[in-house]
Design a protein around this ligand. Structure first.
Ligand SMILES: Nc1ncnc2c1ncn2[C@@H]1O[C@H](COP(=O)(O)OP(=O)(O)OP(=O)(O)O)[C@@H](O)[C@H]1O
Ligand SMILES: [Mg+2]
Ligand SMILES: [Zn+2]
Length: 611
């Protein structure tokens, strides 16, 4: 494959990693850093940031140092590189002295292409001394948003990384993150001395679109059942992540799925470290497991075949939602990002913000984050366009989100809004009482249970003025009023209050438009997802072969004690099952089959195909 015209970087991509072509943006970054430039890289989750420092490290003389906070994943990352024939090692607190000595010796002897380092090790003078004694080709600062004090992943040790440049001015640095906002980018650039105006420093901002992810957000009716239906009808035997807000909810839903024949493991900060590590390792290593987790789970997880990410509670920000859903479909195959959200989510989060810690400015920021998340939920436009615009990028209706596939209607809800508001106002004015959403809806529907509330003026009696809508529809109205800031939640009891803006609605000076859910729910979107052609189409006759290859991969992974995807990705196995290579040369043409893997697994794969 190598020809004199092939640039060295492309040659490494093909020979070592077995990929045909660079993804968008990779080539430029890799060439800039290989030539000794500094870079700040913003690329979505699963976008392919690792290659942006791995290839320069292979091309340049010396060892590439990778600073990463994800200690628990270092072993897997190093295993994956070794399977590719790359000389890699790591240094962190999980090793004993002897293990560290071996790696240090290899490093100083120039035997390593890449060395993964936990940031806290740089605090040790011994580490600085070690770096001085070896030949360093570059510093890669992965998960660079950890340097941002306002971000949720702040790591104090990351602040020390600003000193790398002064101490080793000739070593190029590349900082990488999937956090997309402008504000974070500026903070990273400032703290790491990677200003775009600095000599030989460039910022690379990739598109944040993830075309293979289908975004779907639906009203929560019975979360458990909705989740079960999604998994049973669309994601049978698929690996996926289910996010919940509380530990309790994690435990409950993991048990529920398991009872229903779907193997699910819990993951949250309340579990002891050993159980957490064991559950994470199983999720990474085995095929088709579901992990039910709090948001403590997921950063840097390079499991390429996560087919769905389901949220059972509303994320607190669009940034969080984007990061979490981004863990689906890193291999580029069709995947689902599904969120169920309801009135109670909005009430709970508003209460949490009002009753939570932090000063007024902090609460205001949290409120802004929540409002942005609600706007995404209630939009009648394409979800993807909405997301991209939020990150300051353009987009066109995608045809692969729920609003594109089954467009919701937008309807004039002004009268409905006035009815809800007048109940709230009258209860407050006449009875000096405030009530939650359930009670207010009962009054609108004229339910007997609500009649215990006496009104002074019979003529104003609001009982049963809302029989034109069903209960679920009223809940949707209240939810959207909350989302639009036309009613507020009192933090202690979750009772509903009017806001300044609601007066305009009551006076008829403001029109209220709302989203009406199309009568689906899932079937149509689900069908569309199935009908869509995955990037590598799997013909029905190829399916049994694909399964056989997967079984071979599972057995091999177990034998070698590595995650299955370290051997080959699903996408690679699908391509093999379709192309049916009969010789090693033919097999080497498949995406994801590099020299080392060909030598290691080639014969076995061919044998599996002819069995
Ligand atoms: N040019 C390419 N061709 C084919 N596959 C690629 C290419 N570049 C990267 N990949 C694959 O894409 C997947 C995601 O890459 P990577 O782990 O680098 O993501 P990332 O950008 O670091 O994401 P995160 O923010 O989650 O860490 C990997 O499995 C990788 O092998
Ligand atoms: Mg990464
Ligand atoms: Zn769309």
């Amino acid at each position: 494959m190598t020809s004199p015209e092939t640039p060295e970087t492309l040659d490494v991509l093909r020979r070592v990693f077995g990929y045909d072509a660079f993804r968008d943006g990779q080539r430029e970054i890799i060439e800039h850093v290989s030539a000794g430039g500094d870079a700040l890289v913003l690329m979505p989750t699963g976008g392919g940031k690792s290659l942006c420092y791995q290839i320069p490290a292979l091309v340049r003389k010396g060892t590439g140092i990778v600073i990463s906070p994800l200690i628990a994943l270092m072993q897997d990352q190093v295993d994956a590189l070794r399977t590719l024939g790359v000389q890699a090692g790591f240094l962190n607190s999980t090793q004993d002295l002897d293990e560290r000595r071996v790696v240090e010796a290899q490093f100083v002897a120039g035997e390593l292409d890449l060395l993964y380092l936990a940031p806290e090790r740089l605090r040790l003078p011994a580490t600085v001394d070690l770096l001085d004694r070896a030949n360093v080709s570059l510093f890669a600062i992965d998960e660079a948003h950890c340097v941002s004090q306002w971000g949720h992943d702040f790591r104090p040790d990351y602040l020390m990384l600003s000193g790398l440049h002064e101490r080793w001015p000739d070593v190029p640095r590349i900082a990488l993150t999937a956090t997309a906002t402008e504000a974070t980018r500026h903070e990273i650039a400032t703290r790491l001395n990677l200003d775009a105006t600095a000599p030989n420093t460039r910022h690379f901002v990739a598109s944040f679109d993830r075309p293979n992810i289908q975004y779907r957000i639906e009203p929560k009716t019975d979360a458990k059942r909705q989740l079960l239906r999604l998994l049973q009808t669309e994601h049978k035997d698929d690996a996926g992540i289910v996010y919940c807000l509380s530990r309790n909810s994690v435990e409950k839903h993991a048990a529920f799925l398991t009872e229903n024949g779907i193997e699910a493991l819990p993951y949250h900060a309340g579990l002891d470290a050993q159980t957490r590590a064991a559950n994470q390792a199983r999720f990474l290593r085995e095929d088709g497991l579901v992990i039910v987790a709090t948001i403590a789970f997921g950063m840097g997880i390079d499991k390429p075949d996560v087919r769905f990410v389901a949220h059972l509670d509303l994320p607190k920000s669009v940034e969080g939602y984007y990061q979490e859903t981004g863990r689906a479909g890193r291999d580029g195959l069709p995947s689902t990002a599904w969120l169920a959200y309801g009135l109670q989510d909005v009430v709970n989060l508003r209460k949490m913000i009002d009753g939570g810690e932090g000063d007024a400015a902090f609460r205001r920021r949290q409120t802004q984050h929540l409002d942005a998340m609600l706007a995404l939920c209630e939009t009648v436009e394409c979800r993807r366009v909405h997301l991209l615009n939020y990150f300051g990028q353009p987009g066109a209706p995608c045809g692969n989100c729920d609003t594109c596939l089954t467009p919701p209607e937008s309807w004039d809800a002004t009268v409905a809004a006035q009815k809800v508001l007048s109940v709230i106002v009258r209860l407050d004015r006449e009875r000096r009482q405030k009530f939650g959403a359930g009670h207010i809806i009962d009054i609108l529907l004229g339910k007997k249970s609500a009649k215990v509330i006496q009104f002074d003026h019979d003529s104003l009696k609001p009982f049963g003025v809302g029989t034109e809508l069903r209960e679920v529809e009223w809940r949707a109205v209240v939810r959207q009023l909350l989302a639009q800031g036309l009613i507020a939640v009192e933090s202690n009891h979750g009772t509903l209050l009017q806001t300044e803006a609601s007066a305009d609605v009551l006076r008829g000076q403001r029109k209220v438009m709302m989203r009406r859910e199309p009568d689906r729910p899932t079937p149509k979107a689900a069908k569309a997802a199935k009908d869509r052609k995955p990037p590598i189409d799997l013909a029905p006759e190829a399916a049994p072969l694909f399964e056989r290859l997967r079984a071979w991969r599972a057995a091999t992974a177990k034998e070698q004690g590595v995650p299955a995807y370290v051997i080959f990705h699903d996408a690679t196995l699908r391509e093999i099952a379709t192309a049916l290579p009969s010789t090693l040369t033919e097999l080497s043409q498949i995406n994801g089959v590099g020299e080392n893997k060909l030598a290691k697994y080639g014969e076995d794969v061919l044998k599996t195909l002819t069995e």
